[in-house]
Design a protein around this ligand. Structure first.
Ligand code: C5P
Length: 290
């Protein structure tokens, strides 16, 4: 998340995420799943601008995201306004670049960007715990984007523990032309009581090396089979990425994006010219956000 500006106007680059590790550790009475997940902020992001205005309004440019009140940006803005009981407004422009329904947390990042930007535009100086409380009401992944970088997330995803800095990582993303719905994927998820619980120890020990080959063995996503069941066309996409990616491939979150770790940005750009991968979806080179 890169935020600049003041009470005269705020610009935010709402960067997205990959799940480098995701284990489901339980199912809660409220229907949500308990998880343990390593979230990693990447430099692919939407752009948002906020200007003072008499009322709240949102203009969405680009595809895939709902307009107006249905957009999580408006939900976040209305939540802040009602919490602090302000009649202040804002003219918000959202330029969508992150695919929707893609497991990249684009909407969640936009929501976190809105909390941080309105805090600045309206001179609120809300403490971080208050912003986290608002974030958790907007969605399970929103809290991560208040912190960014690399973090171990637990609870339903909203409890965020930042991890130590590590060298930048590089990936090629393959975003197929069909989304997957998070709720559908979780509905199709079934606990395999015989499967031993996975822990992110190997991944965390390998992050400091920053090497894609070292990373490969530590990447894990318990939701992957459910994502493939929710969208059978994803089977072919993941198989091709696993075969062609030099260090394998994984689905991020509930999909539908698949990511391949690579050694450098140049390697990502070179792999992005692969004709078979190109035929399966949009290829996006991405690196650690910071
Ligand atoms: O919290 P969020 O709105 O992003 O979640 C979307 C849906 O994904 C939830 O309604 C729920 O069905 C499912 N989910 C879950 N366990 C989580 C996160 C999401 O079951 N930890």
């Amino acid at each position: 998340m890169l935020l600049t500006g003041d009470s005269r106007g705020v610009t935010v680059r709402a960067t997205s995420k990959l799940n480098l590790f995701l284990e489901i550790t339980g199912k809660r009475a409220d229907g949500y799943h308990e998880l343990e997940s390593v979230f990693h902020e990447i430099d692919l992001g939407d752009n948002l601008t906020f200007e003072p205005a008499p009322a709240l309004s949102l203009e969405v440019r680009g595809d895939g995201a709902p307009a107006g009140e249905d957009n999580i940006v408006m939900k976040a803005a209305r939540l802040v306004a009602s919490e602090i009981k302000t009649s202040a407004g804002a003219r918000i422009i959202l330029e969508k670049r992150v695919p929707s329904g893609a497991g990249l947390g684009g909407g969640s990042a936009d929501a976190a960007a809105t909390l941080l930007a309105l805090d600045r535009l309206w001179n609120l100086s809300l403490p971080l715990p208050s912003l986290h409380a608002l974030a958790a009401r907007l969605g399970s992944d929103v809290n991560f984007f208040l912190e960014g970088r690399t973090a171990l997330c637990t609870g339903r995803g909203e409890i965020v523990a930042p991890l130590p800095p590590h060298p930048p990582l590089h990936f090629l993303l393959l975003a197929p032309p069909f989304p997957t719905l998070t709720a559908d994927v979780y509905r199709l998820f079934t606990f395999d009581l015989k499967a031993p619980r996975r822990v992110p120890t190997l991944l965390l020990s390998r992050l400091p090396a920053g090497e894609p080959t070292a990373l490969e063995g530590g990447l894990f996503n318990r939701l992957e089979p459910a994502a493939l069941a929710a969208e059978p066309r994803l089977v072919r996409v993941l198989a091709a990425a696993q075969r062609i990616g030099p260090s394998g491939a994984r689905v991020t979150g509930s999909g539908s994006t698949v990511y391949m770790p690579v050694s450098s940005r140049t390697a990502a750009e070179k792999l992005a010219t692969d004709p078979e991968l190109s035929s399966l979806g949009r290829l996006i080179p991405a690196s650690s956000a910071r």
